[in-house]
Design a protein around this ligand. Structure first.
Ligand SMILES: Cc1ncc(C[n+]2csc(CCOP(=O)(O)OP(=O)(O)O)c2C)c(N)n1
Ligand code: SF4
Ligand code: SF4
Length: 832
């Protein structure tokens, strides 16, 4: 029972008079509480034997706690208009709806309510806006389940979601699409057509994307859709609404100049004029879809991932989760999402390619990969596969494969391509769909031994990324580092992840982008809290350490059994190298193979065999952002670093709290504009690396992949191999920085950061001291680019100059001084 239930029960404990006390739960799993649920609770109480410990809002077909739901009831006062909008993250739908609420709230005596639901994908995600307006107070603290108006701002959604669920009979549906009246019948799914007909829906279309492009507004369709909404919904007279919308345009865009204002004014007029009311043909009432071809997919994908991605997860019964009752989720499930969110994707030009693999190295989403094929594999490959002889590999062919449906279209791969005539060209998604078949083909080929060392930029990319197709923003600076770590150590790594972007884009159900290799090995990952990640990871480390120490005792005893020379040598070899990462898989495999034929019913050998997963030297990692490492989790991080244990820390330094919208942290440099630092941050960036170096026994590095891919790789390899604590601080451009060149240039921005002396790369390896060398190596070259030019290439700095020119001058000078002072300190440490 709940605490309140227990309190009430205890009040009556031992009393003669015992009322009937019934308790239950609502809101389980964050579900809405609807009027029908409250009615069900009262109906339960009226029973002779009401169900105690009941639930509402879920279908509990495992422990049978849920109450039966009666008839759906509507308690909203007559005249309340409920409107729902399906939008694409960052397409302006949410902003437009906030504007609509403001217009109605400010200019009428109506009540208004708005709620915005976002999915956890950082780019190309879904937004659903729920708006209610009415002349009576709105007392509906739940999502719209009965709508008068539904708008869909993205035509691809017609096949992805059940858009019209809950639209009232006679309601209105507005679809933004490029389809003509004649094309609609062939494009809309049968269920949607039937709903339109059977429920006498007023159906409107509008080619907002086409209009926006004509007007020079690019993809910004919000104004067009908003005026169309006002025309259809009839909440206020459309002429008035247009007037208010235009006033808002002047307010919002006035500072951007007359041209922008005029474009948006024209967009408002067009939204009203270009609206098309579609007569729903009677034949749509009979529409039937051809049975969709459903490929073989694992039960988790069929039963959970697909319904959740269709926004129908709330309908899943408890029994759907029976295989997951311990809270673990299967790995590699993001590969089934195939979101197709890119506008343009890379097209590989084999002739121009130098086979450097840099494109794959920087891709945040692992959507581009080098593949080696044998002659036989090449022979039966799909026609669309282009290949060239693999450099240095007789009899193998080389292919750069692209997954068009997993690519986010950021363009970093094409940007970093060093070939004289670029070997990657960004082309519209619909021209590259045949590459999807190529991708499926090459991903299912037998794995090949890496012909190079994984510890080189090129060789690392012949290793399978065990972090793929995450929900990160297109061009995110954090993901490429994390992906690289999984390519080097993923089959034996354990990750404790602080809350932040790095946990959200990998850990939001239903999909998991951490994957496993052909042997079923992949990262074990967990997230506890924002503030306790270091302690959480230390716990993982200590647990494994205990088990391995016990295992070492058992193996010592097993070696002493003197069963045979081969077995004894394998035990001794394991003991001698038990904490060495290199060769650990081979040593463990060897011992497991020998145990399998020798263990019989020997208890000691069986104990070792049962713990065989711990024979591998695990690679322990803490992942998190600067908000975690510099600020909120710093105490724990300091404790773990000071502990001397063999734990690796990767700090993805975006210099702000990215996941929550860009609040300043102690990693934010002077002058950067961030939330809580609207006038530019006044104080200097904390030097976390220098603080860690003061211990003298912690491996510390600062890296920037786009500036020096080799140095990044070296630092990660050295940190992992260092038999003590390691701290890597990785510079990570983020959408919150406002790169003027765009997130397709996030790797280039890292280079500019180092070239200008804004960010410094170095490695501090305490082991070098033992060898009589200076442990500190300054890897950054002397600054060769103007510092101010770097700052002005990012809105977080440039906006300060626009808004507060004088302060900007002072703070820009200070932040440059801060950076130069840091560099001087590093130079001194390097003995330069
Ligand atoms: C104690 C606590 N405070 C606040 C939050 C909300 N929160 C979640 S993620 C996050 C920001 C994380 O920023 P950072 O560590 O820099 O990682 P990033 O998102 O930049 O990768 C915050 C404030 C929380 N989860 N827990
Ligand atoms: S465009 Fe971006 S997401 Fe797509 S393959 Fe290139 S780097 Fe990866
Ligand atoms: S760190 Fe920035 S770019 Fe990366 S996912 Fe988070 S918000 Fe997006």
């Amino acid at each position: 029972g709940e605490p309140l239930y227990l309190d009430v029960k205890s009040v009556f404990y031992g009393r003669e008079w015992q009322p009937l006390i019934v308790g239950g739960r609502c809101g389980v799993g964050g579900k809405d509480v609807l009027p029908g649920h409250i009615q069900a609770i009262y109906e339960n109480l009226q029973l002779v034997q009401p169900k105690d410990h009941f639930t509402v809002g879920i279908v509990d077909d495992v422990t049978y706690t849920s109450l039966p739901l009666g008839e759906d009831i509507d308690t909203t006062p007559a005249g309340t208009k409920a409107c729902k909008f399906w939008g694409l993250g960052a397409d302006g739908t949410v902003g437009a709806n906030k504007n609509a609420i403001k217009i109605i709230g400010d200019h009428t005596d109506m009540y208004a309510q708005a709620y915005f639901a976002y999915d956890s994908k950082k780019s190309g995600g879904l937004t659903i806006s729920h708006l209610r307006f009415g002349h009576q107070p709105i007392k509906s603290p739940y999502l719209i389940n009965k709508a008068d108006f539904i708008a869909c701002h993205n035509q691809s959604y017609v096949d992805k979601y059940n858009l019209l669920a809950g639209l009232k009979k006679g309601g209105s549906f507005l679809l933004n699409c490029s389809w003509s009246g004649a094309e609609l019948s062939g494009k809309l799914p049968a269920a949607l057509k039937r709903y339109l007909f059977e429920n006498e829906i007023n159906f409107y279309t509008l080619d907002a994307v086409g209009i926006a492009q004509q007007l020079g507004l690019g993809g910004r369709i919000n104004m067009i859709m908003q005026s169309a909404f006002f025309k259809i919904a009839g909440i206020i007279p459309v002429e008035e609404a247009v007037g208010y919308l235009k006033e808002a345009v002047v307010k919002t865009y006035g500072h951007k100049g007359e041209k922008v204002v005029n474009m948006n004014m024209a967009a408002i007029d067009k939204g009203v004029e270009a609206l098309v009311q579609v007569t729903v043909p009677a034949a749509w009432g009979e529409a039937r879809d051809e049975a969709a071809a459903t490929g073989e997919v694992p039960p988790y994908i069929r039963n959970i991932l697909i319904p959740m991605n269709r926004q129908e997860g709330d309908k899943l019964p408890v029994s759907a989760f029976l295989p997951l009752e311990d809270g673990t989720f299967p790995l590699g499930t993001s590969a089934y999402e195939k979101r197709g969110i890119a506008l343009n994707v890379p097209c590989w030009l084999a002739d121009a390619c130098m086979q450097c693999n840099k494109c794959a190295y920087v891709c945040p989403h692992a959507a581009i990969r080098p593949v080696l094929l044998t002659g036989e594999e090449l022979g039966r490959a799909p026609q669309a596969l282009a290949a060239k002889p693999a450099a240095g590999q007789k009899s193998l062919s080389f292919v750069i494969a692209v997954s068009p449906y997993d690519c986010t279209g950021c363009g970093n791969c094409a940007q970093v391509c060093p070939a004289k005539d670029k070997a990657l060209v960004m082309k519209p998604l619909n021209t590259q769909l045949a590459q999807s078949g190529v991708w499926e083909y090459v991903m299912n080929l037998a794995p090949k031994t890496n012909p190079l060392t994984p510890f080189s930029v090129k060789g690392s990319q012949f290793e399978q990324p065990l972090l793929e197709f995450s929900g990160a923003c297109a061009g995110c600076g954090e993901t490429p580092y994390m992906k690289l770590v999984t390519q080097l150590f993923g089959d034996r790594m354990m990750v404790a992840n602080a809350t932040g972007c790095t946990s959200v884009f990998v850990g939001s159900p239903p999909s998991v982008p951490y994957a496993q290799n052909h042997r079923g090995h992949g990262p074990a990952w967990g997230n506890s809290l924002f503030e306790d990640n270091a302690e959480y990871g230390l716990g993982m480390f200590l647990g494994v350490k205990q088990i391995r120490e016990k295992l070492a005792l058992a193996i010592t005893a097993a070696a002493a059994l003197n069963l045979d020379g081969e077995f004894t040598r394998a035990c001794e070899d394991w003991r001698a190298h038990r904490d060495a990462g290199e060769g650990t898989r081979a040593r463990a495999d060897k011992l497991v193979g020998l145990l399998e034929v020798r263990k019989g019913d020997n208890p000691l050998l069986n104990e070792i065999y049962q713990n065989r997963d711990f024979l591998i030297k695990r690679s322990h990692w803490l992942f998190g952002g600067d908000g975690w490492a510099y600020d909120i989790g710093f105490g724990g991080l300091d404790h773990v670093l000071a502990s001397g244990e063999d734990i690796n820390v990767l700090v993805l330094d975006t210099e702000v709290y990215s996941n929550t919208g860009g609040q300043s942290s102690k990693a934010t440099p002077t002058a950067a504009v961030a939330k809580f630092a609207a006038g530019g941050k006044r104080t200097k960036k904390k030097d976390l690396g220098l603080m860690a170096m003061s211990y003298g026994y912690i491996y510390v590095a600062q890296i920037a992949m786009g500036a020096d891919p080799n140095q990044t790789l070296k630092a990660i390899a050295e940190a992992e191999a260092y038999p003590g604590p390691s701290l890597i601080i990785a510079y990570a451009p983020c959408v919150s920085h406002g790169l003027k060149a765009g997130m397709g240039c996030s790797q280039w921005e890292e280079k500019r950061a180092v070239d200008s002396g804004y960010w410094t790369t170095y490695r501090y390896n305490p082991q070098l001291t033992e060898q009589g060398e200076n442990p500190f190596k300054l890897d950054s070259p002397a600054p060769s680019m103007n510092f101010r030019d770097f700052l002005l290439g990012e809105v977080r700095y440039a906006s300060l100059q626009k808004q507060f020119p004088e302060t900007a001058e002072e703070l820009f000078a200070k932040t440059e001084r801060d950076a130069r002072q840091r560099l001087e300190t590093y130079r001194r440490l390097a003995g330069k």
